[in-house]
Design a binder for this molecule. Structure first.
Ligand code: PXP
Length: 254
């Protein structure tokens, strides 16, 4: 099984910074620390309301980062122009509602197929690896494939919430859906990522899904950094992902 990439989402370093409106903690510093701790990429979501990551943060990340940047954005003309100016390694298209606290569901690709196909074409032409954040739903995966996205990211939020709330039958059903849909998407030729809500407690069954190439994890790591430091939190998450991978491929852990 291939090594699973870890993308560290630094949005909530910016959330803490913005609570006081100053310059600290600096998301670029967090990104550099994530690299040292074993992250394979950095994810940042520039929301329409700039509630956490700002335009200046994206400038700083593009200038200072040696890891690939996964730029998360809504499918709007403003965000498309910003992405085309920066040409980050990857662009992940997510649904966005002003009133939501976080990205609550996956993108409705099936209903917006024509407009999304036109929206992602210039991003692909500019050399960005376009990924679409969707639920583990066959209809959405087929639509993402039809619009020409090379990558999908499966939303793990429902699985993580069910785990945290002790609804284990629901959690297991969500996990089975993620496993089936990751295999289905890979068969179509899509690269499959996953993320949202992952913690030390629930990451391993997801990391063990063999078709997954990358996990994107943010909120839990930034919260955990308060107690153990960012470097240690990322290393522990990385370790759990590697352990799950080794166990799933039958090698066990040394
Ligand atoms: N992947 C995507 C597409 C997201 O929108 C988010 C949240 O911004 C994440 C992963 C990371 O989720 P979390 O912060 O809950 O780990």
């Amino acid at each position: 099984m291939t090594r699973l990439r870890l993308g560290v989402n630094i949005d909530h370093v910016a959330t803490v910074r913005n609570a006081r409106g100053g310059a600290t903690p600096d998301p670029v510093r967090a990104a550099k620390m994530a690299e040292i701790a074993g992250a394979d990429g950095i994810t940042a979501h520039l929301r329409e309301d700039r509630r956490h990551i700002t335009d200046g943060d994206i400038d700083g990340l593009m200038e200072n980062l040696s890891l690939p940047l996964n730029f998360e954005m809504a499918a709007t003309a403003e965000m498309q122009a910003i992405a085309l100016r920066h040409r980050p390694h990857a662009v992940c298209i997510v649904p966005e509602k002003r009133e939501e606290r976080t990205t609550e569901g996956g993108l409705e690709v099936a209903r917006e197929e024509n407009s999304l196909a036109g929206f992602i074409a210039p991003l692909r032409d500019a050399g960005c690896r376009v990924s679409i954040f969707i639920a583990a739903d066959q209809r959405q995966i087929e639509a993402a494939h039809r619009i020409g996205a090379p990558v999908i990211e499966l939303h793990t939020g429902a699985y993580c919430d069910a785990h945290a709330e002790g609804r284990f039958d629901v959690r297991d059903a969500e996990l089975a859906k993620l496993q089936d849909m990751a295999a289905f998407a890979e068969d179509l030729g899509l690269e499959v990522h996953a993320g949202h809500g992952l913690t030390y407690d629930c990451v391993k069954p997801i990391a063990a899904i063999p078709q997954l190439v990358e996990l994107n994890i943010g909120h839990f790591l930034v919260g955990e950094a308060i107690f153990s430091g960012l470097d240690s939190a990322i290393r522990r998450m990385r370790g759990l992902m590697d352990e799950a991978r080794q166990e799933a491929s039958g090698q066990g852990v040394a």
